[in-house]
Design a protein around this ligand. Sequence first.
Ligand SMILES: NC(=O)c1ccc[n+]([C@@H]2O[C@H](COP(=O)([O-])OP(=O)(O)OC[C@H]3O[C@@H](n4cnc5c(N)ncnc54)[C@H](OP(=O)(O)O)[C@@H]3O)[C@@H](O)[C@H]2O)c1
Length: 268
Amino acid sequence: MAAPPGRPALSDWRFRFSLSVVGATPPLLPANHTRRKDVYSRIGRSTALALHAAGARVVAVSRTQADLDSLVHECPGIEPVCVDLGDWEATARALGSVGPVDLLVNNAAVAVLQPFLEVTKEACDRSFDVNLRAVIQVSQIVARGLIARGATGSIVNVSSQASQRALTNHTVYCSTKGAMDMLTKVMALELGPHKIRVNAVNPTVVMTPMGQVNWSDPQKAKAMLDRIPLGQFAEVEHVVDSILFLLSERSSMTTGSTLPVDGGFLAA
Ligand SMILES: NC(=O)c1ccc[n+]([C@@H]2O[C@H](COP(=O)([O-])OP(=O)(O)OC[C@H]3O[C@@H](n4cnc5c(N)ncnc54)[C@H](OP(=O)(O)O)[C@@H]3O)[C@@H](O)[C@H]2O)c1
């Protein structure tokens, strides 16, 4: 596909990405891009595959080697990194030499649902370590590399509608995502002068493994669907499309934003 005037051709972009984290580049979905409906469909995995299909070099990061093996089996060009992002020292070792990275998607998260009065220290520590602290750490690694190279970049944080609305039993998850939205804005403020953009996507429920654990109960699902003007949950590819847009030069004047992918939930 020919690049628009003044923009690099697709072949000139370099991509790196990760399943839970992602880095690398371009923005345009290939014409043969198809929506995945299988049970293995996850936001990070699908983003990695879409970026690779668009010509990016992709680094996929997750903590489960079997998932990475399956991803590389499906797409041999993707470079896997297996690490627990909740472990600061291990993450520094695993990702310290990865690069150069132009684009990053911070996607890994855990969702531990507990009533407020029963929230545990373990749930707090684990959730904030993975959902927020790792985002800071990995973004620092990538942003420092971009600044050292004098390169521009784009970072997308995968947040949630839960960052901006209270949901029963979601004390810790909502809090991590609320913090992620503000982190996105502060990163945009401080990294903007280096021409590094930082945005978030804020999906409604998506029936990934995480979504299935939390929203399979029909009564609970109906109560949520009733609050979504478009009357449906998001598909994985709705989220992937928005991530690719924010990674791409098509959003070159957008930074510090939180983009709902929620069928209107946050507007209602
Ligand atoms: N699904 C939804 O309804 C929904 C709605 C709004 C926002 N989101 C957000 O979308 C993102 C992707 O979620 P998803 O629905 O695709 O969930 P998912 O299927 O559970 O995927 C999350 C991924 O993160 C990985 N991960 C978790 N902890 C990790 C750690 N410590 N180190 C490395 N990797 C780790 C998981 O690996 P393991 O499987 O090995 O744990 C998994 O590959 C998350 O940020 C989530 O908060 C999801």
